[in-house]
Design a protein around this ligand. Sequence first.
Ligand code: ZN
Length: 456
Amino acid sequence: MNIKAFNIVNLLPLIMLSSLSFADDTSNSKLHNIARNVSPDRIEKDIQKLVSFGTRHTLSQTTSNTKGIGAARRWIKAEFDKISAQCGGCLTVYYQSETISDDKRIPTPTEVVNVIAIQKGQSDPNRYVVMSGDIDSRVSDVMNFTSDAPGANDNASGIAGTLEAARVLSQHKFHGSIIYAALSGEEQGLFGGKIMAKQAKKEGWKIKAVLNNDMIGNIEGVNGIINNTTARIFSEGTRSTETDKEARSRRFTGGEVDSASRNLARYIDKIADQYIPNLDTMMIYRLDRFGRGGHHRPFNQVGFPAVRIMETNENYNRQHQDLRTENGIQYGDTIDGVDFDYAAKLTALNAVSLASMALAPTPPADVKIEGAVKPHTTLSWRSPSKSENPQLAGFKIYWRLTDAAQWQFSRFVGKVDQFTLENVVIDNYFFGVASVAIDGTESPVVFPGAAGSFDQ
Ligand SMILES: [Zn+2]
């Protein structure tokens, strides 16, 4: 998105250039190292292992140590435990489960089990960023829990990426906490995400971002396109928890394209430009693909910022298919359809985004804006707690033309909780505020009011 933003900027008066935020102005060597350390070989090995369980269907067997979802989740837990042992026990690893029954896709009582690994933050442990993938797989009939369902791309790629991010990030320390989540029950109705979102709500976890990875390894589209240099980020436009009153105020002041999830997508898009060579992300302005679901949705439904990260070019011959060859076409989600370098690239995008947010201070809360019938625009916000955010250097105000996809202008304003942009007219731009750390890392940009809030 950089190139496009730059062209627009070039057309603006010279005076605006002084407030331009160049792509490399916050470049951070720790984040470059994190991107470099993600290994396609380890991702390949993990996908191979996950495929070896035959099927990982949510209703599949749980007693075997080599086949079925029980064996798969025990292996994932053991991997997280191994990673934790190598960082002096830095991960808290546990099963999170609930018994589901009487559902169309889970008719008999079945334990839906997630594997959760938490890397606690140093100064703000109750603030979380989450990376997730799905354990379960399926074939053509969603109720078939015995046939081989390798699910190499859907979604062993997401689990392998999540494990690899844990390996790389557990070598570093962060201010906020990072959760690595292997969710289950996705194909049966997003049950694992619902279970996790419910626990997070109940226990008051301050989740500021969920990066849900669902299919991050396919580069050959069913439309004939082969491309390993783009990825998609899906995000909701307005929040599903918006009240009628909030919707009325949004109608007058904007916010349709500035939910916390959407600004999380912008954040990840910028990370791709800064830290991931040969990757440009498409921000898709919708919750998910047509008629399809993903595990970011249960988090959105209770108000948490959450996005779906995935490949650009899907291959429907490989998704949710019985393994077979028909009219010369090979069907099924087998490992030969996964590009490990590409999966590593998307994993690096996740890892750097998580690291950047966990290093940065928490996003500003209670962001307000005023300036009607005045030449100036004033933003105000609540400064985050000092003890939880000792790395806070100050705040940066961002703004952009109302039809621009990415933030275009910014101004660092220091450690204040209010700032007036002189002769910038409120009606002509969208505005937001980010928290900035001493090391240059930043929180996502928070759009004013309920529409853009990162608070829960
Ligand atoms: Zn699927």
